[in-house]
Design a protein around this ligand. Structure first.
Ligand SMILES: Cc1cc2nc3c(=O)[nH]c(=O)nc-3n(C[C@H](O)[C@H](O)[C@H](O)COP(=O)(O)OP(=O)(O)OC[C@H]3O[C@@H](n4cnc5c(N)ncnc54)[C@H](O)[C@@H]3O)c2cc1C
Length: 382
């Protein structure tokens, strides 16, 4: 077993850390209030090769793997979780197209995602009535002489209205269950696609979360990603990898909150002593640091398995479950350690608690991760 990072992984980590400190963190509090989309920040991160980290360098990507991606996500989320989620979805979309697209699709979309020319990507699966159960989606794709016509409503779409390219899932064969679902590559300016509303959220205020309406959006035959009927399997594969990204995001948010809490606890004095010297406070921080380390190791292990081409679905589900549930607890402890000051906007732990909450929900809720894990446990004994 080797816990050492490679030189390339260290470089990505350092690059993302510096970008988080220089570009993201100084504007994070203001963005939380303004809810401004981080277009300039994404352009800067594209310049630093952080939008398609695990994509082959021949297609404009970083040519690295899931470990480097996780390390970068951890750093960026510490700086600003809103920007990190836009980066995460863009990496996911770039990787999905690079791994499953035709040569023409890859050439059309992947270099532009990596360079920032397409701004960002969007993963358009969820619907108002289909989140945990994506097989229940209703958006339809009907055959036309020139290709396909897409109609339906999509919900909770990160980067919706901003992405240059969207992967949209739709039903092509209603009689075939989840084998009747197909993924399509849709340009961001496609006629008939519009943002019906932008959600006002508890946290991640700088991330655009849109309800998208597709009203007879026409795409060519060459827009099908993979093959007709393969969409559900593609979504599940992408979400396995995406869970490593969300676990990493949760770790980054929690790390920032814990660092702030330790600093504060070393400075704030009550009863004549820094509060970290009171055992009750020190014990909370010790628990938080231990959970954070465990979450980081689990997530990097899942990333390592993915990178090595080993089965990683179970490891990614466990990492996401553990990292997000404990990141939430760590941010709560960080707020508690700040006392009343933790409850106001002057200190970053208030935003961290709001931002981290959604990591237990998106890309599969904690309840869904437990279902995935339990299913795999049963498979292992039968
Ligand atoms: C800010 C934000 C950004 C998002 N970004 C995207 C995106 O970019 N693209 C995208 O496609 N989606 C996105 N999502 C959607 C997200 O993945 C879904 O919200 C999530 O999968 C849950 O689906 P749901 O909201 O429909 O809840 P539901 O599926 O209705 O679940 C409601 C509750 O029931 C529980 N539950 C459901 N089924 C079961 C079961 N079988 N057993 C036990 N408990 C169960 C859930 O865990 C949850 O607690 C985003 C969501 C948010 C909030």
């Amino acid at each position: 077993m080797n816990f050492e990072l490679t030189e390339e992984q260290k470089l990505v980590q350092r690059t993302a850390r510096e970008a988080a400190d220089r570009v993201l963190a100084p504007r994070a509090a203001a963005r939380d209030v303004s809810c401004e989309f981080p277009a300039a920040e994404l352009a800067e991160l594209a310049r630093l090769d952080l939008l398609a980290i695990a994509v082959d360098a021949a297609h404009g990507g970083g040519g690295l793997g899931a470990v480097a991606y996780s390390l970068a996500m951890q750093e960026l989320a510490r700086g600003d979780a809103s920007v990190a989620v836009a980066v995460s979805v863009t990496n996911m979309v770039a990787e999905l197209i690079a791994n499953h697209g035709t040569a023409a699709q890859i050439e059309r979309w992947v270099p532009g995602l990596a360079s920032g020319a397409h701004v960002c990507g969007a993963f358009v699966l969820s619907e108002p009535e289909a989140g945990s159960d994506p097989a229940a989606l209703r958006t339809s794709a009907t055959k036309t002489p020139a290709g396909w016509r897409l109609s339906g409503t999509k919900q909770w779409i990160t980067n919706g209205g901003r992405a240059g390219v969207l992967v949209v899932w739709a039903v092509t064969d209603p009689s075939a269950g989840n084998r009747g679902i197909t993924a399509f590559l849709v340009p961001g300016d496609a006629k008939g696609m519009s943002v019906a509303r932008l959600e006002e959220k508890l946290g991640l205020h700088g991330s655009a979360t849109a309800q998208l309406v597709l009203d007879g959006v026409e795409v060519g035959e060459d827009a099908v990603l993979g093959a007709p009927g393969r969409g559900f399997a593609l979504a599940m594969t992408a979400l396995d990898g995406g869970r490593i990204g969300i676990a990493s995001q949760a770790i980054g948010i929690a790390r920032g909150a814990l660092q702030a809490a330790v600093t504060y606890a070393g400075e704030r004095r009550t009863f004549g002593e820094p509060i970290i010297k009171h055992q009750a406070v020190g014990a909370m921080l010790a628990d938080a640091a231990t959970w954070l380390d465990a979450a980081t190791l689990m997530t990097l292990r899942a990333a390592h398995a993915k990178e090595a081409g080993q089965p990683f679905s179970q490891l990614a589900a466990m990492a996401k479950l553990f990292a997000t549930e404990h990141a939430w607890k760590i941010c709560d402890i960080a707020l508690q350690v700040h006392g009343g000051y933790g409850y106001v906007r002057d200190f970053p732990v208030e935003r961290a608690l709001r931002d981290v909450r959604v990591t237990r929900i998106y890309e599969g809720t904690s309840e869904i991760q437990r279902i995935v894990i339990a299913r795999n446990l049963l498979r292992a004994v039968s």
